[in-house]
Design a protein around this ligand. Sequence first.
Ligand code: ZN
Length: 156
Amino acid sequence: MNDMNDSADEVLNGDEVDNLINYDDDDDVTQSTRTANTQQIIQEHHDDRSLAKCWSLAKRAKAGYFVRDGILYRKEKSLGQECEQLCLPKTRRAEAIKLAHQVGGGHLAANKTKERLKLSFTWPTIAADVTQACQVCDECQKRRRVTVYTHNNSAM
Ligand SMILES: [Zn+2]
């Protein structure tokens, strides 16, 4: 007999329910970027040719670049405050830009996106990459007309 009616003791435990509910990880990307597997980042850092110059600078302690625990960082002073930026390998840049660009349903302008991004991250082509990513962002293209209008209105 396949009588399942009184098998109430077979309910899912809390963890299993969490696993089922958390199938959509989109909102956890920030966290996963920050706590990304260290070994993986180290590997990606070494494989990324676009960071070769940064490694070389770090070795000579130039331009604020330095290495800690095998990971490449850059120390930058902004408004008298020193912040440590993780040098992102190519593989993680698009994701980081997206996170910095989209705030609570809104989309930041390229310069604001870059400012926000640079509180935590950097890489050699960050300015150009952010500008480009914001230019091709679907949502921003839809809003562009409004933004340009607002911008013109507040022009001095
Ligand atoms: Zn956008």
